[in-house]
Ligand binder design. Structure first.
Ligand code: 13P
Ligand code: SF4
Length: 308
């Protein structure tokens, strides 16, 4: 049987089971193309949490990484949230623990804690407000000028927000191992080859890489800007999974990855077989302990409130 026929059969079975289970498939922009194509909704972290908060579906199958499914579980305690492969973690979110946030709070008792959504529910529970790459600047702007801010865990997103807002923050030293692999020399080489191209970067890139970009945006921001631009070539400085959506939505434009090896292994563990199995076996449910859930929800709700 050809690979295409196998794929069509898998998609047919996924769609049938999805209806039977009253399930919705949410997928992040970095997922493999086959998953993006079968998803009911594709988006960045903010859009996916907004969608999770709105859906009435009994089952949410989260095609992304663990912290994203956990965020959906925090927002939807009466629905079943499934992650098809539990090894889909996030290198950055694993860099900070709740204990470390508590220690920072003890050191800076008057500071408010802003946590990037790429963190565990336990870390969110220790935080005052959450943010994503698309609303971090607005979240920080919403905090009164006289309050100190602890920002966890992404030092590079934190640095970007400081440059945009002028707010100095106490930065945790986490980072995304995938974006960290991107070198300025990669972006410079792509710019030298395509001097007319628009350069779009994700704020998880190092400041040196972000400085080389025309705009620094969330993954869906990159998709939106790519549609809007009149430039015919776009250099994309983020994880390579996004190229599938960009090329599908803009077949007339050329998309050049700034770095071909910036793959997030966690995002790539998912595939159609695992998604089908997840729906068949209702595996793996992601749940959050009620005491943590309640406090984490406060931080997420505050973020959603200012992102309407
Ligand atoms: P976005 O919210 O921009 O999609 O980013 C999520 C992420 O994990 C990027 O590495
Ligand atoms: Fe985490 Fe980086 Fe992968 Fe995003 S790309 S899920 S921040 S490891």
């Amino acid at each position: 049987m050809s690979a295409l026929v196998t794929q069509e059969r898998l998609v047919t079975r996924i769609n049938r089971l999805k209806r039977e289970r009253d399930a919705i498939i949410l997928a992040h922009n970095y997922q493999v193309g086959e998953i993006q194509d079968v998803a009911d909704f594709l988006g960045d972290s903010l859009e996916l949490s907004q969608k999770a908060a709105q859906t009435d579906a009994k089952v949410i199958v989260f095609c992304g990484v663990h912290f994203m499914a956990e965020t959906a579980a925090v927002l939807c305690p009466d629905q079943t949230v499934l992650l098809p492969d539990l090894s889909a973690g996030c290198g950055m979110s694993e860099m900070v623990s709740a204990e470390e946030v508590r220690a920072l709070k003890a050191k800076h008792p008057d500071a408010l804690v802003v946590c990037y959504v790429n963190s565990s529910a336990a870390v969110k529970a220790e935080s005052d407000i959450c943010c994503t790459s698309s609303n971090a600047v607005n979240v920080v702007r919403s905090i009164p000028e006289d309050r100190d801010i602890i920002f966890v865990p992404d030092q590079y997103l934190g640095d970007y927000v400081t440059r945009q807002t002028g707010r100095k923050m106490i930065l945790f030293n986490g980072y995304c191992p995938t974006h960290f692999r991107m070198m300025t020399s990669d972006v410079e080489a792509a710019k030298a080859q395509y001097p007319e191209a628009l350069v779009l970067a994700h704020p998880e890139c190092t400041p040196e890489v972000s400085h080389l970009a025309d705009q620094v945006l969330s993954t869906s921001g990159i998709c939106l800007e790519s549609q809007k631009t009149e430039k015919q070539t776009v250099i994309v400085a983020t994880e390579t999974g996004i190229l599938h959506r960009l090329r599908k939505e803009n077949p007339e434009k050329a998309f050049v990855p700034a770095c071909n090896w910036c793959d997030c292994a966690h995002m790539k563990v998912n595939n159609l077989e695992k998604l089908l199995w997840s729906l068949e076996e209702m595996q793996y449910p992601v749940e959050v302990e009620p005491s943590i859930r309640k406090r984490a929800k406060n931080a997420i709700d505050r973020m959603l409130e200012i992102s309407k």
